[in-house]
Ligand binder design. Structure first.
Ligand code: MZP
Length: 496
């Protein structure tokens, strides 16, 4: 037996101190992109995400609809594996069959461009129509260019349901984007045309654009766009039926896999990683976990895991610590494993990204997790609250809530994850409700604005810089007690 000298600490026990914010440090300059898979130090990760948020491998969270919405804002979902192989593969395929829509930020036709500039662009490309939004200003914000032909196609396809009005620049008027993404997607699907929905910053479709016009947009873009032109999606796998599940998921188009277990420090995970390398080499990428100390990280990194997931017992619906006495505060787990990740990179020349999984209660905890050195986050409760999550929405005591249950709860009956393939002997998760919070697009936008704002206060414009320069301080016991009381009142899932 050994007893570690330190105390197990969680995110709520820390605050950040501001660093100098200089002229170069503005929210629009903050780059939140992150590596998703291992890569040689000094090189780029072969898979990066623009938004460092992933949705949990849970039946109440990651469905095709949520995966599409999250991919559109630059993150990635992991479709849950607590279901038959064919059903999970069908969910992955459902995400992949949709053609990717581009938010105008991605297209990057400078949303702030003046109308004079738009006018000039139009004169140089005579068939184009300018698309503007109703942002309250006399001129509207410039969203993009679309040819007259495509505008007519768009209007024809959408019929009367489209509220957006787009006019040639000569008679500029403001327009209200109206069509939902779901409508646009079904139009796309039905029309079988090679067109892409252009999505406004509010997550609603502004227009349909033909591919060749998209190329036109690209000429004015100073950023490259997603080459795949398909939404990216991940999928959870387990250590039991992987020989059947992994080939089906790969066939369905999964971009990345992740071993889904509350305890990843096991030879079974190593076996699965070895299987993937033997069958697919580096063509298939797989993350592993969860672990909470340096030994677990090194074991999985040595086994070839593409990323390592950190966290045991911190999930909002998790009772593993009560039931089994196993777990560690997420801040302590990250502190130790981040040090080991960096040591591993120095020793081997290989950077293995870390995913901090679970326990994000306030948006501020996301910034704290990044400050501790997490590369990206996995969230359950956060995404379960949105309209796009698959969980039923119900009214409870006058409040609209969404159901949210753990994968180790009786409801999930996830024998593969918690029960070693047998009947669930005891529960490790609860079944409850979370307050309904509206659309993913709106919420993620606000969350990212908060993270950017924290980072600039801390003088950082990239996550790497933030990892290196963040200064954290522990709060007093009294502050912590107060925070926990508030959390219990407002943010914890209500247990049934
Ligand atoms: P949270 O974002 O709701 O706090 O935590 C989500 C994470 O909790 C998941 O990604 C997973 O690692 C973990 N989880 C899922 N089900 C259970 C359970 O039933 C659980 N105990 O702990």
């Amino acid at each position: 037996m050994r007893i570690l000298p330190e105390i197990s600490r969680t995110f709520g026990e820390y605050l950040l101190l501001p660093n100098l914010t200089d002229e170069g440090c503005t929210p629009d300059k903050v780059d939140l992109s992150a590596p998703l898979v291992r890569h040689p130090v000094g090189e780029r990760s072969p898979i990066r995400i623009a938004t460092p948020l992933t949705s949990a491998i849970m039946g109440a969270v990651s469905s095709p609809q949520l995966a599409i919405a999250l991919a559109q804002v630059g993150g990635i979902s992991f479709i849950h594996q607590n279901q038959p192989v064919a059903e999970q593969a069908a969910m992955v395929a459902a995400v992949k069959k949709h053609k990717a829509g581009f938010r105008y930020n991605d297209v990057n036709i400078k949303p702030s461009a003046t109308l004079e500039e738009a006018d000039r662009l139009l004169r140089e490309h005579d068939r184009a129509v300018v698309i503007v939004t109703d942002d309250g200003s006399p001129s509207g914000a410039f969203l993009g260019l679309i040819t007259a032909q495509d505008f007519n196609f768009h209007r024809h396809q959408a019929g009367d349901t489209v509220e957006s009005r787009m006019r040639p620049v000569a008679e500029l008027a403001t327009g209200t984007p109206g069509m939902s993404l779901t409508t646009a997607n079904s139009l796309l699907w039905d029309s079988r045309q090679d067109v892409l929905p252009l999505v406004g910053d509010d997550g609603r479709v502004t227009a349909l654009v033909q591919r060749r016009d998209y190329e036109l947009h690209q000429q004015f873009s100073n950023e490259s766009v997603d080459d795949a032109k398909q939404f990216r999606v991940g999928a959870g796998v387990n250590t039991h039926d992987y020989r059947e599940r992994i080939p089906a998921l790969v066939e369905a188009g999964a971009d990345i896999l992740c071993l889904d277990s509350s305890d990843g420090y096991s030879v079974w995970q190593k076996d699965v990683i070895e299987y993937v390398r033997k069958e697919y080499g580096d063509a298939v990428r797989i993350g592993a976990g969860n672990v909470v100390d340096a030994r677990g990280f090194r074991y999985l990194a040595d086994a070839g895991a593409d990323f390592v997931k950190v966290g045991i017992g911190g999930g909002s619906i998790c009772i593993t610590r009560d039931q089994k006495g196993i777990g560690r505060g997420q801040a302590s787990a990250l502190t130790e494993i981040v040090t080991e990740r960096d040591r591993y990179a120095e020793q081997t020349g290989m950077y293995v990204p870390l995913c901090s999984d679970g326990g994000i209660i306030h948006d501020s905890h996301m910034a704290i997790a990044f400050a501790f050195g997490a590369d990206f986050l996995m969230l359950g409760r956060y995404f379960a609250r949105f309209s796009e999550s698959p969980a039923p929405q119900v009214k409870l005591g006058g409040q609209i809530v969404k159901e949210y249950w753990g994968e180790g709860s009786a409801r999930a009956r996830n024998a593969a994850r918690y029960g070693q393939g047998k009947e669930l002997a005891f529960e490790e998760g609860v079944d409850g409700y979370v307050p309904y919070a509206g659309s993913l697009y709106d919420n993620v936008k606000v969350t990212l604005a908060k993270i950017r704002s924290t980072m600039i206060s801390c003088g950082s414009v990239s996550l790497r810089q933030f990892h290196e320069s963040a200064t954290l301080i522990q709060v007093s016991q009294q502050t912590f007690v107060q925070n926990s009381e508030e959390v219990d009142r407002n943010d914890r899932p209500t247990v049934v």
